[in-house]
Design a protein around this ligand. Structure first.
Ligand code: FES
Length: 217
């Protein structure tokens, strides 16, 4: 298949960015700057409302191909407590039905209905930029040392076990995992660090990593 420039940009963005997550939910609004410029997407998942900045080349997709109320999946990662998307695609029909049935089964009511008035949303957004919902958990990035001693003692397995556990837990969709260089505590490794703290947590194993992270998530 011939690669398009857009696909190449997405692939290279994916290679350069920290490990992220796939967030599935309802596109409820356009994220705008205080001057009203389109910056990204507000996404309602079952657990939170996310304000996700999109790269410039993806923003026209919001206007051209998506309508508030659509169900989408966003590949995103957190950096300095800001969610950033690297790709956004509509959910397939079977996936959308699955997600809606799941929400109904759990009696979850999304912020807006799929028949939301697009014009009204755009107008409201231009006047008042969208703020993250008060209930949205803060993005948390788990930095796992993958150098020297930590790597030899299980850094990679810690990353894998966290990624698997996070992908399986809808309550942890605001958590992402990133491999980083030496955290300067090699003797006590394997080590991790959480984005909202300067403290290095030592003696982490694939078995206790999730327990440690959920304490702070
Ligand atoms: S090698 Fe992991 S902290 Fe130095």
């Amino acid at each position: 298949m011939k690669r398009t420039p857009d696909l190449d940009r997405v692939a290279s963005a994916q290679l350069q960015r920290p490990q992220g997550v796939v967030l599935k939910g309802q596109f409820i609004d356009v994220l705008r700057s205080p001057k009203g410029k389109i910056k990204g997407v507000c996404l309602q998942t079952e657990t939170a409302t996310y304000s996700i900045k999109l790269p410039k080349y993806l923003r026209p997709v919001l206007v051209r191909e998506l309508t508030p109320g659509d169900f989408v999946q966003v590949w995103a990662y957190c950096e300095a407590e800001q969610w950033r998307g690297i790709n956004i695609l509509p959910l397939s029909e079977p996936e959308r039905i699955d997600l809606q049935e799941n929400w109904q089964a759990r009696q979850f009511v999304p912020t807006s209905s799929p028949n939301v008035d697009t014009a009204a949303v755009s107008e409201a957004s231009a006047i008042a930029p969208t703020e993250p919902s008060a209930s949205a958990p803060k993005p948390l990035c788990v930095q796992v040392c993958r150098k020297g001693k930590c790597f030899k003692q299980g850094g990679r397995q810690i990353m894998q076990s966290l990624e698997t556990a996070i992908a399986d837990d809808p309550n942890l969709q605001h958590v992402s995992v990133e491999g980083v260089g030496c955290l300067k505590a090699c003797k006590k490794g394997p080590n991790i660090k959480l984005s909202h703290s300067k403290k290095v947590i030592s003696g982490v194993t694939p078995d206790n990593a999730l327990t440690i992270v959920t304490k702070y998530a």
